[in-house]
Every structure is written in structure tokens, then in C-alpha cells.
Design a protein around this ligand. Structure first.
Ligand SMILES: N[C@@H](CCC[C@H](N)C(=O)O)C(=O)O
Length: 310
């Protein structure tokens, strides 16, 4: 039996946007991009759309300034190992992990992210605290996260945003939810094809660090459905920040702006992996409610990773 160090992990998802969760409470691990990509590999690794390292804010140089507001920092990586500012489904799964591990109680909590502090609410009757030996403990019920304000940059001198897949091109709305999105309203979600490759997005100058791309159709009044190609991960079954970007783009298209009417606006956003409910408030904040589930836990033989992990 190997005596190599073992890396603890859990596996979780929010509307089937799935993540490998690595608790590293005191910030001892160095996870290179190659190591993250290896862990997220669906055939040769554990598999996931991204990796979430759970670190005490005070133990992470990039989060220390937020430590007085939020004890825990979500260090989010895409499945190719690249760093992302924010992950909307991930932040719910992060909260569920903290609850399940007994590190927090249900109720309100603040989570530090690269996009700033986000506030979450875990309903008190939505899942139990840690139940040793039960990998699904604390997995029920929705979690609501205040996702911050959307910004919608106007097109620059190079003109409107255009998204192209194969022979189809659509104009798109630029929405930033802490991370970048291009939202295209389409006639049929199948038009986006298999989304194996990243859609071409122009002008490139609009997104100097790349972008996530959402394709959206209407399902009914204030009800849309979307597919997404995530920067750094490919097509996924959901994207929380993407769903928020879609909600705000749909509201503006429909002439709804809570800042003008002084009334909140709520949309239901269906994704291939489930459903998210998103509200924009008159003060501009966007709130998202959805599920967060922990499905498994285990350990990785660090010698397989070919690194000493720091
Ligand atoms: N799945 C996430 C978004 C993850 C980051 C994204 N791929 C990026 O690079 O910005 C979500 O639920 O928001």
C-alpha cells in the first residue's frame, strides 16, 4: 500500500455544473494549472467543470484584505487550470461544503471570491450539518447568493459583439458578473451545435481575457432557457454567473429595469442541468437561488499527481 501523501477531496454540483472541492483550510497547497487540469480530467482524473479550493481568507495572500468580512475564500479554477474571478454555481457548492463540514451553521454567511465578497443564505431546514459517513448529508434545499451587480459595457469603437458557431452568427450583449459573458438570443438552442470548440467572439478587444458565451431562447413570460460554453471548461450543463448575465440581458431586452421601475424583476432560467431563479433588485444587486449537492468524498494519492503539492 502506498504511503504517499493523500489529498482529500469531495465532489459536488449545482445544477450539474460539477466541481472537485479541495479543502485546504490553512492554505498549504500549491495547485499548479497542470495539477488542476489533471484532477478535473474526466477520464484520467476525478473529473469536473472546475476545482474549488477552500481556504481561510487570512491564509490566502489574494484574500487577506477580505478576511474581516468573510472567513472563507473560494479559490476557483476552471477545468483547464485557468483562474476565474467568480463561479455562481460553485459559490453555492462552496457554502454547502462549509455547512456539511460543520464549519458554518445554516443561515447567512459571507464568502470571499476574486470578484469580491458574496453573501449567501442557506435555509435552516435545507439539509443537515455534518453526518459522519453520509456523503450526501446537507445536500438538500436551495441556497441563495447575492451575486453583486451586473455591468453591461456598451460596444467600443470596434462595434457590436458578434458570436459565431459554424455558419451561424448572432449579435450578443456584453454582461460582466465579476467574470465576462457574451449573451446571444437565438431561435433554437440546437443552432449552437455541439459547442466542442469555443465560439468565435468579436471584437476580440472586448474580452482581453476571453469570455463565457451563453445562447438563450424564450420559454415563456420571464422564463428563458440557455446553453453555455464556459471559458476554460467547454460546454457545461450550467453556469450560475452566466444565468445571471442572461437574466439581466433578457430583462433589458424586455424593457425591464428595476432601477427605473423601483420593483424587483425575477426570471426563471433553465439550464441543461436544472433550473435557477434569479432576481434583480432596484439597487442593482442580482440574487440567484439554486441547488447545491455534495455527492462523494475521497482522497487522491498525491504520487499520481506527480507533484509534492507544496
Ligand atoms: N461555472 C461557473 C463559472 C466558472 C468560471 C468561468 N468558466 C469563467 O472562466 O469565467 C458559474 O457557475 O458561474
Amino acid at each position: 500500500m502506498s504511503t504517499a501523501p493523500r489529498l482529500q477531496f469531495l465532489k459536488g454540483h449545482g445544477t450539474e455544473n460539477d466541481f472537485v472541492i479541495v479543502p485546504d483550510l490553512d492554505g498549504r497547497l500549491e495547485l499548479s494549472a497542470a495539477t488542476v487540469a489533471r484532477i478535473c480530467d474526466r477520464r484520467a482524473g476525478i473529473g469536473g467543470d472546475g476545482l474549488i479550493r477552500v481556504v481561510r481568507s487570512s491564509a490566502h495572500p489574494g484574500a487577506r484584505a477580505m478576511a474581516d468580512q468573510a472567513e472563507w475564500f473560494m479559490d476557483y479554477r476552471n477545468s483547464d487550470g485557468s483562474i476565474a474571478e467568480m463561479c455562481g454555481n460553485g459559490v453555492r457548492v462552496f457554502a454547502r461544503y462549509l455547512q456539511r463540514a460543520g464549519l458554518i451553521e445554516a443561515g447567512d454567511l459571507a464568502i470571499a471570491t476574486r470578484a469580491g465578497v458574496r453573501r449567501a443564505h442557506i435555509a435552516k431546514d435545507a439539509g443537515d450539518a455534518a453526518r459522519p459517513g453520509d456523503a450526501t448529508a446537507g445536500s438538500d434545499g436551495p441556497i441563495t447568493v447575492v451575486m453583486g451587480e451586473a455591468t453591461l459595457p456598451e460596444p467600443g469603437p470596434e462595434g457590436e459583439i458578434t458570436v459565431t458557431v459554424g455558419d451561424h452568427s448572432w449579435s450578443a450583449r456584453h454582461v460582466n458578473m465579476g467574470n465576462p459573458h457574451a449573451v446571444a438570443f437565438v431561435d433554437d438552442l440546437a443552432q449552437a451545435g455541439d459547442l466542442l470548440a469555443a465560439p468565435a467572439v468579436r471584437p476580440a478587444a472586448a474580452y482581453p481575457h476571453g469570455t463565457n458565451v451563453e445562447f438563450v431562447v424564450d420559454r415563456g413570460p420571464r422564463h428563458v432557457a440557455m446553453r453555455v460554453h464556459e471559458r476554460g471548461s467547454g460546454e457545461t450543463r450550467s453556469c450560475g454567473t452566466g444565468a445571471c448575465a442572461v437574466m439581466v440581458a433578457a430583462a433589458r431586452r424586455d424593457g425591464a429595469d428595476p432601477a427605473v421601475t423601483d420593483h424587483p424583476v425575477t426570471y426563471t432560467v433553465d439550464v441543461p442541468g436544472g433550473r435557477l431563479v434569479i432576481t434583480e433588485r432596484p439597487d442593482g444587486t442580482v440574487e440567484m437561488t439554486g441547488p447545491a449537492v455534495i455527492v462523494a468524498e475521497g482522497e487522491i494519492d498525491a504520487s499520481w499527481l506527480g507533484t509534492d503539492l507544496g
